[in-house]
Design a protein around this ligand. Structure first.
Ligand code: CP
Length: 311
């Protein structure tokens, strides 16, 4: 059975640290003139994207190429998904090429777990609905650990549209497993009650945000909002936008992208020296190389012990 990465919940601290340490070596490879290693030569990686993506799709493709794998990219537009081919039939069809890994993004929660039932390939969840985005969480932890050395005792505030955010769910788990203290802040309508079970402090107010070592800003996910959760984006920005008045010197600012400039975060903060957004994007390639490597050729195989992984 090939291990899959469906959720960061599957990973204990040792497994996360193993991926982060491997990412460091692949970050070094990415800094070379020839940014390629032969680790996955002869292997095939399929990127199956049912939802729009710039960062995740391009970095998974680059990661597989830099590991010397053969890469096939399938997007909803222009594929037989448009003719109504089901997820099961699509995964089984692509599995006929004997891929080592299928990377999948879908607007449906649970799509990656479903895909894993119909293939012998390792499945990597590249974001499924509001459920999980494990490689985003790993690259976020990697970026912050690189900057701070360790996350033990670090105070992270995650601010904004928690309700619709798979990143928030995965990040709370990853940051807390690495020893950070996480606070979730946003309008009460965007803070679902069950989020407290993940082990974060939850608050509708930004009064204490000066305590944060890092502020992680979430995108307002208008495409996932089927009713109005805030009176207007202008009102939201007035009370919750992360701007120069709300960021103190020394704090670091993160965002998974894409940003809504002037809504959840101001342009000056995005472009400031305190912003780690560019570093997050860069880390995406090294971290996704590490995930593919550890799942496919790591010894012993990466422990992904959650229920979701078994087939
Ligand atoms: N952060 C993130 O998942 O970005 P993309 O949607 O561009 O992949």
């Amino acid at each position: 059975m090939t291990a899959s990465l469906l959720s960061v919940e599957q990973m204990d601290r040792a497994a996360i640290e193993r991926v982060l340490d491997r990412s460091e070596s692949f970050a070094e490879v990415s800094g070379r003139e020839i940014k390629k290693v032969p680790a996955l030569r002869g292997r095939t990686v399929v990127n199956l994207f049912y939802e729009a993506s710039t960062r995740t799709r391009s970095s998974f493709e680059l990661a597989a190429i830099r590991l010397s794998a053969d890469v096939v990219n399938i997007h909803q537009t222009g594929s037989s998904i448009e003719k109504g081919e089901s997820l099961r039939d699509t995964v089984q069809t692509l599995s006929a090429y004997d891929p080592s890994a299928i990377v999948i993004r879908s607007p449906q929660a649970g799509a990656a777990a479903l895909a894993a039932r119909f293939t012998d390939a390792a499945v990597v969840n590249a974001g499924d609905g509001k459920h999980a985005h494990p490689t985003q969480a790993l690259l976020d932890v990697f970026t912050l650990r690189r900057r701070l050395g360790s996350l033990d005792g670090v105070n992270v505030w995650i601010v904004g549209d928690v309700r619709h955010s798979r990143v928030a769910r995965s990040d709370v788990t990853a940051f807390t497993r690495m020893g950070a203290k996480v606070t979730l802040a946003g309008p009460p309508t965007l803070l679902p009650r069950e989020i407290e079970t993940l082990g974060a402090t939850v608050t509708p107010r930004l009064d204490g945000i000066a305590e944060a070592d890092a502020i992680y800003v979430l995108r307002m996910q208008n495409e996932r909002m089927h009713e109005s959760f805030v009176p207007s984006l202008r009102e939201y920005a007035r009370y919750y936008q992360i701007n120069a008045d709300r960021v103190r010197p020394g704090q670091l600012v993160m965002h998974p992208g894409p940003v809504n400039r002037g809504v959840e975060i101001s342009a000056e903060v995005i472009d400031s020296k305190q912003s780690l957004i560019g570093e997050q994007v860069r880390a995406g390639v090294a971290v996704r190389m590490a995930v593919l490597y550890e799942l496919l050729v790591g010894t012993p195989p990466l422990a992904t012990d959650g229920e979701e992984v078994s087939r």
